[in-house]
Design a protein around this ligand. Structure first.
Ligand code: FES
Ligand code: MG
Length: 578
């Protein structure tokens, strides 16, 4: 066997994946000399190697507790007889990732995959949590296919401000919207500012970070109950310690590997959980990408159909009222799965949980107690109907997504004239113009915010209500784009329109005044313009310039559409599938 360390090798420790010199004994001799220089003795060098993939950065406040978690994981690894070695990858925070973290997600996944291939390791522990981190780490780990455990950093605690409970980022958006509408002055906004994020951790509503943590848990990457533990609770450190111990056991057993956890059943379970959580629309993209890394296709139609059969049981913002610490105290994800099991034929409890047992066994042992105000029973859903709905029609032949549970009922079916913004800069320049010819009936259309167009599909889809309408008390309007929106946002926002405008999708052909018809219950989004007129516009359409070099060029040439997960086409699947 080559020293590259084929998948499935058991605890080969430092002798695996040797740097190539044409003399493997020398390569190991040199490697051990460098580690001795780091102070490691003969016992340490003989142990299974557990690589801890950290994603800390001073630019990533969500991951501020990562060093403490790494310490706890390392302790667990050593207690179980392994050698913990931490390595860094790039770190993505939503507010510090220009132009958008989605643009960098695939780069991070490549970083994770290639380092897991490059380093001598018997198992890996992934530490992270901010929105794109978990999908990037899982995508990389699935492709690398090592025994892998995930430890999410966990959600922030909520803040209290002038008699109100506040949480990022749903309340950040709500307060900013109040300020734009003139209902909250600058000093009121500034007073609330310091209370929106009172602790370390990830956004504590059911945004993308929380959704992806729960998805990791149901797919078996994370210990049962692990997704919801607040970042600053000691329970999180104890869970990290256990994860270190589990990684050593997995290293010795040679599995389960990351890819083996991604099955038709675990992907379907993840889609059920996503819908029942009223989770982030971003997760639709991430889940498609995660599935495809393992050679499984998850279509928008399947997500839609599962949504129609799945009750929304989790009462968390932005769909409901509560926060992640409440979900944890209410019983956590296992309690949700147990309540769901009575109502969902899609859920497969023979799938593996993060402690190696089938979910059916985990749930049999999980405490009976559940706060059913927060984790509802199927007869009392938070909102009736599906959480996330997929739309098709002449404006989105390959699909679009709407967070149905978070839009105003009166906009469930709507027809109105389009008001088109051709780019994010155009939106920024004109949205608040007092002379903008806009009414509450208008459909705001944002073009060139897709994977190729922006690039990286920024979270600009929840276009703010134009200032003059906000001041009149308008709270929701139909907004359509090929971009995304934060999982913490809400409103009649049609997202991920595909094909996107920058590759010539119908969204690129919309002009001011065109009639657009939305019918969420029917799953339709249509541009009411004749074929002949559209053909003429299509003939006049010109593609934006192709980037000339670097990652921008790679991204432009290889990113897939939202319905396929926005992965790079050459990263889908697995070498063994070829
Ligand atoms: Fe990091 Fe929200 S910005 S999780
Ligand atoms: Mg977010």
């Amino acid at each position: 066997m080559s020293d590259d360390g084929a998948r499935g090798d058991r605890a080969r420790g430092l002798s695996s994946r040797l740097t190539r010199y044409g003399d493997n004994e020398f390569a190991l001799f040199l490697r051990e000399a460098f580690l001795k220089a780091q102070g490691l003795g003969a016992d340490a060098l003989s142990r299974p190697v557990i690589a801890i993939c950290g994603a800390g950065s001073d630019f990533n406040p969500c991951h501020a507790t990562a060093p403490k978690l790494v310490e706890a994981i390392s302790r667990g690894v050593m207690m179980a007889g392994g050698l913990p070695l931490e390595f860094p990858t790039i770190s993505l925070h939503e507010s510090f990732s220009h132009p958008t973290s989605m643009y960098l997600r695939n780069l991070m996944s490549m970083d994770v995959e290639e380092m897991l291939h490059a380093l001598p390791l018997d198992a890996a522990v992934l530490v992270g949590g901010c929105d794109k981190t978990v999908p990037a780490q899982l995508m990389g780990a699935i492709s690398a296919d090592m025994p892998t455990v995930s430890v999410v950093v966990g959600p922030m605690l909520t803040g209290a401000h002038e008699g109100e409970r506040l949480g990022a980022c749903t309340d950040c958006r709500r307060l900013w919207g109040e300020h734009r509408a003139g209902r909250l002055d600058r000093s009121g906004l500034d007073r609330a500012h310091g209370r929106l994020m009172p602790s370390h951790g990830t956004c504590m509503v059911m945004g993308t970070a929380s959704t992806m943590a729960c998805i990791s848990e149901v797919m078996g990457f994370l210990a049962p109950g692990g997704a919801t533990i607040p970042a600053v609770h000691s329970e999180r450190l104890r869970q990290a310690e256990e994860a270190g111990m589990r990684a050593v056991a997995m290293a010795r057993a040679g599995g389960p590997t990351a890819r083996s956890l991604v099955t038709e059943a675990s992907i379907r379970n993840a889609a059920v959980v996503l819908q029942s959580l009223g989770g982030s629309t971003n997760a639709v993209i991430h889940l498609a990408a995660i599935a495809r890394r393992a050679g499984i296709e998850l279509t928008l139609e399947e997500i839609d159909a599962i949504g129609k059969r799945t009750p929304i049981l989790c009462d968390l913002k932005p769909v409901g009222r509560n926060y992640m610490q409440d979900l944890h105290a209410a019983g956590g994800l296992p309690a949700l799965l147990r309540n769901l099991a009575h109502a969902s034929d899609d859920l497969d409890l023979s799938a593996q949980a993060g402690d190696g047992r089938p979910w059916s066994e985990v749930l049999a042992d999980w405490p009976e107690w559940c706060d059913t105000d927060i984790i509802r029973t199927p007869d009392r859903p938070v909102v009736p109907g599906a959480a996330l709905t997929v739309l098709h029609g002449s404006l989105a032949p390959d699909g679009a997504v709407v967070k149905r549970a978070a839009l105003s009922g009166h906009l469930m079916a709507h027809e109105g004239p389009a008001l088109v913004f051709t780019s994010l800069d155009d939106l920024d320049a004109r949205l608040d113009d007092p002379d903008l010819p806009v009414t509450a009936d208008h459909v705001l259309v944002l073009q060139n915010a897709g994977p190729v167009g922006a690039p990286g599909m920024p979270e600009a889809g929840s276009i703010p209500i134009p200032k003059k309408l906000a001041a009149e008390g308008v709270k929701d309007m139909v907004r359509i784009s090929d971009g995304r929106m934060s999982g913490t946002a809400y409103g009649a926002v049609i997202l991920h329109v595909s094909p996107e405008s920058a590759i010539g999708g119908p969204l690129a052909l919309v002009r001011d005044g065109d009639r657009i018809r939305l019918d969420v219950e029917e799953g339709r989004i249509d541009l009411l313009v004749g074929e002949k007129e559209l053909d003429a516009r299509r003939a006049a359409w010109r593609a934006p310039d192709r980037p000339v070099r670097g990652y921008a060029r790679l991204f432009h040439d290889h990113v897939t559409g939202a319905e396929r997960g926005c992965d790079f086409d050459f990263l889908e699947g697995h070498p063994d599938d070829a």
